[in-house]
Design a protein around this ligand. Structure first.
Ligand code: TMP
Length: 227
C-alpha cells in the first residue's frame, strides 16, 4: 500500500490528543517525524523511501510536505515566486503550516497514524530566523501560534555542504550560469540547522547527505525504528 498523501474527513485542530505517549516513548517510537535539509540534500527521496518501507511493514503512514500538503498550502507555494518581504514570506509559510497541521497532521496523529513531513518548523528557524535574520523569538512565537504547539517527535536532518547541494539541485551548467548565487545564505541555513541539532540532540538525528541514497534511507530508517 502506498503512503497516504491526503486525508479525508479533516478534524478540528483543537483536539487535545496529539501523541498519547510519554516524551521518552515518543522519542523511542516516533509518530511525527520531520525530514529536514538544505537544497539538494535528498530529503524528499529519503522521506518517501522510509514512508514506503514503513507502510510495507504494515504501518499506516501519511507522507506530506511543506509548503504544501493541502490545497491552500500548494497555493502558498505559488505565492513564494512573488517578491515577498521577509516577514511576509514568514507568514506565507505559516499559513501553509497552520492549514497542514489542522487538516492533515493532527487528525492523522489522533487516529494513531505515523506522519512523515518533508520540512516543518525547523526549516523556518533555519531559513527565516537564522539565515534571513528575523528575530528568533518572534519567529518562535508566530510558529507556535500556527502549530498550536505541535512539535515533531524526531527530526531527521540530511546535512550537506550547500555548495555540493546546490550543484546537485541545479546541475553543473545552471550552477555555472548562476555562479551559485545565494551560497552565503545557504551556508547560514546549514549553520541554523546544525545549531538546532546541537541544542536538541535527543530529538535530532544528523545524517551525512553525501552518502548513497540507499544508505541515507537506511540510516533514516534506523533513526525511526531503531533497527
Ligand atoms: P523544498 O525545496 O523542500 O520544496 O522547499 C521549498 C523552499 O521553501 C526551500 O527553499 C526552503 C523554503 N522554506 C523556508 O524558507 N521556510 C520554511 O518554513 C519552509 C517550510 C520552506
Amino acid at each position: 500500500m502506498n503512503p497516504k498523501s491526503e486525508i479525508p474527513n479533516p478534524q478540528s485542530d483543537e483536539s487535545p490528543i496529539r501523541n498519547p505517549q510519554s516524551p521518552i516513548g515518543r522519542i523511542q517510537n516516533p509518530k511525527f517525524v520531520v525530514f529536514e535539509g538544505g537544497e539538494g540534500s535528498g530529503k524528499s527521496t529519503a522521506s518517501l523511501a522510509v514512508a514506503h518501507r514503513l507502510s510495507a511493514a504494515g504501518a499506516v503512514v501519511v507522507h506530506t510536505r511543506e509548503p504544501g500538503g493541502t490545497r491552500a498550502g500548494e497555493r502558498v507555494r505559488e505565492l513564494l515566486h512573488e517578491d515577498l518581504t521577509p516577514w511576509a514570506e514568514l507568514f506565507a509559510f505559516l499559513v501553509a503550516r497552520a492549514q497542514l497541521v489542522a487538516e492533515v497532521i493532527r487528525p492523522a496523529l489522533t487516529r494513531g497514524e505515523t506522519v512523515i513531513c518533508d520540512r516543518f518548523a525547523p526549516s523556518t528557524f533555519a531559513y527565516q530566523a537564522h539565515a534571513r535574520g528575523l528575530d528568533a523569538e518572534k519567529v518562535r512565537a508566530a510558529n507556535a501560534i500556527a502549530t498550536g504547539g505541535l512539535e515533531p517527535d524526531l527530526v531527521v536532518y540530511l546535512d550537506i555542504d550547500p555548495e555540493v547541494g546546490l550543484r546537485r539541485k541545479l546541475g553543473e551548467a545552471e550552477a555555472i550560469r548562476t555562479g551559485l548565487e545565494g551560497l552565503e545564505f545557504h551556508r547560514k541555513v546549514r549553520e541554523g540547522y546544525l545549531a538546532q541539532a546541537a541544542a536538541d540532540p535527543l530529538r535530532w538525528r544528523v545524517i551525512d547527505a553525501t552518502l548513497p541514497p540507499e544508505e541515507v534511507a537506511a540510516l533514516a530508517w534506523e533513526a525511526m525504528t531503531g533497527d
